[in-house]
Design a protein around this ligand. Sequence first.
Ligand SMILES: *[C@@H]1O[C@H](CO)[C@@H](O)[C@H](O)[C@H]1NC(C)=O
Ligand SMILES: *[C@@H]1O[C@H](CO)[C@@H](O)[C@H](O)[C@H]1NC(C)=O
Length: 252
Amino acid sequence: MELKAAVLVSTLLCLALSRGALSQRAPTVETPAPAPAPAYVDLADLLSLAGPYGTFLDYLTKTDVIKTFQSQANDTKQGITVFAPLDSAFAAVDGAALSNLTTDQLRSLMLHHAMPRYYPLSAFSKLAAASPVSMFAYKADVTDRAGIIGVVSGWATAKLVSSVYSTLPVAVYALDSVLLPKEIFPTAPEITPPPAPAPAPGLGAKPMDDAPGAGERGAKADGGDKGSSCRVGAGRLLAGYVVLMVCGFLMM
Ligand SMILES: *[C@@H]1O[C@H](CO)[C@@H](O)[C@H](O)[C@H]1NC(C)=O
Ligand SMILES: *[C@@H]1O[C@H](CO)[C@@H](O)[C@H](O)[C@H]1NC(C)=O
C-alpha cells in the first residue's frame, strides 16, 4: 500500500517535472541586443589590425589623408566608406608610377579611395545604378555584375574582395587593385598581373564571393544566432532526458 502510494506520488511528481522540463519555453533566442554602436572607430588601428593593408595605411599616414578620413569617420551622421587596396594590389603597380607622383598627386590618389559617406554592402547595387559616384577626390564607377561589386576608375577595374568592417559610421572594403584615375595617371601605368590567385585576405576579412552582403555584419550575426539556438535546443533535450531517466529510476 505504502509502496504503491510512493510509486504513485513519484510518478505524478515525475510527470509534472518532465512536463515542466520538456514544455518549458525555450528562452526565446532574440537577436542579441545590438552591440552599442562603437562611438569611435580608429581607422589606423582597424587597417593595421585587420590584415594586409599596410601599404595603403603607410600612404594614408605619409600624406596625412588618414586625418581627413578619421575626421569623416568621427562624423557619425555621414560616415565614410573606405576602399582599401590589398598590399598585393600596391605591389602589382609599377613602383616608379607611384614614386613619380608629387605629394599632391599622391594625396589625391589616397583621397580617391574613399567616399564621404557610409554605405553598407546592401547599398552597392543602388550605387552602381547611380554611378559615377563621388569620392573624396574625383569620381569612380561602382559596378554590380550579379552581386560581384567592382570599382572602376581610369586604368583600374578593381573588385571588392571582402568586407573588412561595416558598422555605421565606418565601412572598409578590400580591393584587389589600386584605383588609377586618369586625372593622376594620364597614361596607363604598368601593372604586374598577380602570379597566382590572390591569397586569402588576412584575419578579419570575410570572403564574400557567394552572395552580396555575405561579408556584412548582418550575415555574421545570423550565423551566430543559429549556433546558439541549436545549443539551447540541445540543452533542453538533455534536461528532458535527465528528468526521464530520474523518473524511470524512481519508478523502479
Ligand atoms: C576623432 O575622435 C576621437 C575620439 O573622440 C578623437 O580622439 C580624434 O582626435 C578625432 N580625430 C579627428 C581627426 O577628428
Ligand atoms: C617617372 O619619371 C621619370 C622622369 O620624369 C620618367 O622618365 C618615367 O617615365 C616616369 N615613370 C613612370 C612609370 O611614370
